[in-house]
Design a protein around this ligand. Structure first.
Ligand code: SF4
Length: 275
């Protein structure tokens, strides 16, 4: 079986930056997991004693704290600043951008509509910058029951599906006199989604490698599954089952933005060992 990697896959700029920052701050804590990849979080703990702590109340005076790539809420940031001066902000700049847009546009009286998952830490952070109650939807259909204001600002979670985002914009524009559409889907997401889409069209089985709690990994899986029915999402090489590949000629591989190369390499190596 031939194994083909997507043109763009794996680590993005924001995750690479966050890991470098974490490696430069041994013995620190991160507020929530730095990135959505349990194996990489384990590696940071073992090699650098960088540990995850979800509870801001447990931060000790002037402890070294790293803010995760997904960012934190405005309130949590204020709380944290009262506890320590040693804060390293690893929030991805692509996440800071929608936070700023939310703050500015809500101040100007726009109804904020966020295309995202309300439970995702990135979206919770972005919502906290709104001066009014934002609307959060994860599909176009959800908008149909919502009262749309005359002035709307639309933003997206950085890892959302661009095609659905465009459909949402298309639905909103005729309904208000002013609809500001901010493209806050990050480049890494665009590139990885595009490459996975093209690859899924030309292979007969597809493997997506990444954290099962990672939004961008799940998007890659959903997009690939549209074009290649036999599609599997795994976190590590041991999950691969040889029976998935019986009779398959070409296997495509892509990986989420928080999947390190050492995990992808092991997956490719194992795939190549299957006959
Ligand atoms: S996927 Fe995009 S937004 Fe998320 S960390 Fe990577 S570069 Fe930043």
């Amino acid at each position: 079986m031939e194994v083909k990697l997507a043109k763009n896959y794996g680590f993005c700029f924001g995750v690479r930056r966050a890991i470098k920052l974490a490696e430069s701050k041994p013995n620190s804590i991160t507020l929530g997991p730095l990135i959505h990849n349990a194996k990489e979080i384990e590696r940071l703990k073992e090699n650098f004693n960088v540990v995850v702590n979800e509870n801001i109340q447990e931060v000790k005076p002037n402890q070294e704290v790293i803010i995760r790539t997904h960012g934190i809420t405005k309130n949590d940031l204020e709380e944290l600043k009262k506890k320590t001066n040693n804060i390293t902000d690893a929030t991805c700049p692509f996440v800071t951008k929608p936070q700023e847009i939310c703050e500015r546009m809500s101040k100007e009286g726009y109804q904020i509509i966020i295309f995202g998952d309300v439970k995702h830490p990135e979206v919770k952070g972005v919502m906290s910058y709104c001066q009014n109650e934002p609307v959060v939807i994860d599909k176009l259909e959800a908008l149909k029951d919502i009262k749309i204001s005359d002035k709307v600002a639309l933003i997206s979670q950085t890892t959302k599906n661009v095609e659905i985002f465009l459909k949402i914009a298309d639905f909103l524009i005729p309904q208000c006199s002013e609809c500001r559409v901010f493209n806050t889907i990050c480049n890494a997401t665009f590139d990885n989604q595009d490459s996975a889409r093209s690859l899924a069209k030309e292979v007969d089985v597809m493997v997506i490698v990444g954290g099962k709690n990672s939004a961008n990994t799940k998007q890659l899986y959903n997009i690939s599954k549209e074009f290649c029915q036999d599609c599997y999402l795994i976190e590590e090489a041991q999950e691969l089952q040889e029976t998935w590949f019986i009779g398959k000629q070409i296997c495509g591989v892509s990986a989420g933005a928080s999947t390190p190369n050492w995990i992808i390499d092991k997956v490719v190596e194992r795939l190549k060992s299957f006959k």
